[in-house]
Design a protein around this ligand. Structure first.
Ligand code: TRP
Length: 394
C-alpha cells in the first residue's frame, strides 16, 4: 500500500503531534511504501506575510521527524516546493474543481464565519457610536457643509482603529473570546490561495496515487474533497487516480499542562526541543485533580491529566500502585508528578539526544530533503505525464 501524509512547517513539534499522528506514521513505514512531505507551500496560505522563519521551520520539523523515528532509509521524506509538479497539477485541478466545493469546506467556512463576524462587529460598533459622534460634532465651534459625510468618515476611522487593534492583538483575550473571533483568522487569510488549500492537498496525495493518508480527524473534510476531485477527474478524462482512504489513529487526547488539549496556542505544550529542566518545570506545574489539595486527600486518577501520562509513559507494573495510592491519599501530587517526569524523561531523553546529533550538521536535513524530493519527483513526473495524455495536452 502506498501511504502519504504531510505537515506544515509552523514550528516545533510537541507530544500531541507525536501521539496523534507521527507515531502512526512511524509504524506504517515498516510495512508500506511511505511518503512524508513538508508542506511549505501550504504554510504560505495563511502565513504568507512573515516568511523569515520558513527555512528554519522546515529544518526544525525534519529534525523532529528524524529524532522521533521517521527513517529516510524507509520513507521518502520530501519538500513540497522541491517538487514543482505539485504546482502544475494544482493548476490543472483548479480548472475542474467547482468553487462551491471549496466554499462548503468546513475549515474554510469557519474562517469565513470569523471574517463576517468582524464585519458585523464593525457595523454594531458604528451603530453604537453614531449618536455620540453626532453630539460630538454638534458641540464643535466649526460647521461643515455635509455633516453626515463627516460623521460617516469619523465612524469609519474609529471602527477601523478598533479592527486594527483586533488585528494587532491589542484587544485583551477576554474581549476576543466574547466576540468569538480568533486572532489568526482575520481578513488577511481570505485569499485565493487559502480557498484553494484543499486543492493543493488533493494534489499532494493524488500526484503520488497514494491509497492511504494517515492524518488527524480535523483533516477528514480535506481527504473527502481529495476523493471528490479524483472522481471528477476520472469521470472527465478516464480512470487515473485511486480514491485515497484516511487512516485515523485512536488518538488519546493528550492533555497539556493545564489539562486542556495540548496545543501551541494554549501555551501548555511539552516540546521535543525542550531541555530536561524545561520539561521538569512543566511537569511540576501540571494541573491535577482540583479536589486533591494536599497529600492525604483522596484523588481521582480518572480525571487527572498527570495520571493519563502515567498510563502512557510509566512502566505498567507501577501504574496500578500509583492509581491505588492516589485514590487512598497516600500518594501526594508532587511525588506523583516526579514519578511521571521520570517515565516521561525515559521516553524523551533518547529523542533529545538524537535531536542534538542531527542538529549539529547544517546540511544533513537539506541532503535528506533533496534526495527524498528527487525520488518523489520521479513518481510525480510519471503521474503528470499520464494526466497530460488523458487530458490531451501536448
Ligand atoms: N493539511 C495538513 C495539516 O494541516 C497538512 C497537509 C498538507 C497534508 N498536504 C497534505 C496532510 C497531504 C496529508 C496529506 O495537517
Amino acid at each position: 500500500m502506498r501511504v502519504l501524509s504531510g505537515m506544515r512547517p509552523t514550528g516545533k513539534l510537541h507530544l500531541g503531534h507525536y501521539l496523534g499522528v507521527i507515531k502512526n506514521w512511524i509504524s506504517l513505514q515498516k510495512d508500506h511504501e511511505t511518503f512524508f512531505m513538508v508542506a511549505d507551500w501550504h504554510a504560505l496560505t495563511t502565513g504568507y506575510k512573515d516568511t523569515k522563519h520558513i527555512k528554519d521551520n522546515i529544518r526544525q520539523l525534519v529534525i523532529d521527524w528524524i529524532a522521533l523515528g521517521l527513517d529516510p532509509e524507509k520513507s521518502v521524506l520530501f519538500l513540497q516546493s522541491m517538487v514543482k509538479e505539485h504546482a502544475e497539477l494544482f493548476l490543472l485541478f483548479a480548472m475542474i474543481t467547482p468553487k462551491s466545493w471549496l466554499e462548503w469546506n468546513p475549515t474554510y467556512k469557519d474562517t469565513k464565519y470569523n471574517l463576517l463576524r468582524i464585519h458585523d462587529l464593525e457595523l454594531t460598533f458604528r451603530g453604537g457610536l453614531r449618536d455620540l459622534v453626532k453630539e460630538f460634532l454638534a458641540r464643535q465651534p466649526f460647521r461643515v457643509e455635509d455633516t453626515e459625510a463627516l460623521e460617516e468618515d469619523l465612524l469609519d476611522v474609529i471602527a477601523q482603529a478598533f479592527v486594527k487593534a483586533l488585528f494587532d492583538g491589542k484587544l485583551d483575550k477576554e474581549m476576543l473570546r466574547k466576540l468569538n473571533v480568533s486572532k489568526r483568522e482575520f481578513y488577511e487569510v481570505d485569499t485565493y490561495g487559502f480557498l484553494g488549500y484543499p486543492v493543493l492537498q488533493a494534489v499532494d496525495i493524488l500526484l503520488y496515487k497514494a491509497e492511504a493518508v494517515p492524518v488527524g480527524e480535523d483533516q477528514l473534510p480535506h481527504i473527502e474533497l481529495t476523493r471528490e476531485i479524483a472522481r471528477r477527474f476520472n469521470h472527465l478524462y478516464g480512470e487515473t487516480f485511486p480514491e485515497p482512504q484516511a487512516l485515523l489513529t485512536e488518538t488519546p487526547r493528550v492533555p497539556g499542562t493545564d489539562g486542556r488539549k495540548m496545543s501551541k496556542s494554549y501555551g501548555n505544550a511539552i516540546y521535543f526541543a525542550d531541555s530536561e529542566e524545561e520539561v521538569k518545570k512543566k511537569v511540576m506545574s501540571f494541573f491535577t485533580d482540583p479536589q486533591k489539595l494536599r497529600k492525604g486527600d483522596p484523588g481521582r486518577p480518572e480525571i487527572c491529566p498527570v495520571f493519563m501520562y502515567h498510563k502512557l509513559f510509566t512502566p505498567h507494573e507501577k501504574v496500578e500502585e500509583i492509581e491505588r495510592d492516589c485514590r487512598s491519599g497516600k500518594l501526594g501530587c508532587v511525588d506523583c508528578k516526579r514519578m511521571m517526569w521520570e517515565g516521561l524523561e525515559t521516553f524523551l531523553r533518547p529523542i533529545r539526544e538524537k535531536r542534538r546529533e542531527v542538529e549539529k550538521s547544517a546540511h544533513y536535513v537539506w541532503d535528506i530533503l533533496t534526495e527524498g524530493s528527487r525520488r518523489a519527483r520521479e513518481l510525480a513526473q510519471r503521474t503528470l505525464q499520464e494526466v497530460r495524455e488523458k487530458m490531451n495536452l501536448p
